[in-house]
Design a protein around this ligand. Sequence first.
Ligand SMILES: [Fe+2]
Length: 307
Amino acid sequence: MGRATLADNVKGKDFSELPKETKTNTGDTNKVSNTNKNRNTTTSDSSRKKSRRRHKKMMTPVVSRVQRLFDTCKDVFSLSGAGIVPSADKIEQLRAVLDEIQPADVGLTPQMPFFRPPVTRRAPPITYLHIHECDKFSMGIFCLPPSGVLPLHNHPGMTVFSKLLFGTMHIKSYDWVGDAPSNASAVVDPSETVQHPEVRLAKLKVDSDFTAPCNASILYPADGGNMHCFTAVTACAVLDVLGPPYSDPDGRHCTYYFDYPFTKFSVDGVSVAEEEKDKHAWLQEREKPEELAVVGALYTGPEIVEN
Ligand SMILES: [Fe+2]
């Protein structure tokens, strides 16, 4: 059993359980007293000290799971920079901490107003609860009402952990095909000469529904589905950890994309085996979608102490 679980057990104890501990302690003390009859005073002092130590231990504040996440991120992303992927050990460490986190650990319940179904046919707004951002990493929660969409976007040079806290979400993600031209001019039909704006070939990585509880998914600068789109099948919440975070001054912009079936365009010099065509797509850069509304709200979970 890990330290975290033990700590959580202590956190879970209510006051009515404390006398059981006291009773056990008394038993220990008696045992000592019976075998040290000439040292009653010393034993009594010792027993009081023991009791104080136990009491102090029980009173020691339990580290919240979100604090543990923050502390782990500080360690895992200590050398963070564009394109720098933490070691496999560090990644597993962070994933394990994330996988322990429940909605209540970050102050969330599915009854909160930002999870309510939309009342109009317009794309429902998505709420972002900012937890922390520094130059090494960022932590925050996307809260999506049913049918909410975070459109296809990239994470340049980043390692990203996404933990679905509750609900069902469809994730579609792609990685660039390494040897494909980065911005090729496509034609709609090879027999025509109509030029299409620049597109780039990508390979489908994930195209599935995920329902909580499920493990955190991880994407990397060049694989794992660096470009992804989230669609809320039901109301859902995703805790996102990015290392390093987006930064316009450092050239890490969030770029949005359209995705088109491979068969829609052809590009000189690019071919894909017939059976692989449905696993490939053309991505075309686009402006930030007009219908996308992400509104900030106050994070109300346990406070993080930056020590
Ligand atoms: Fe993302």
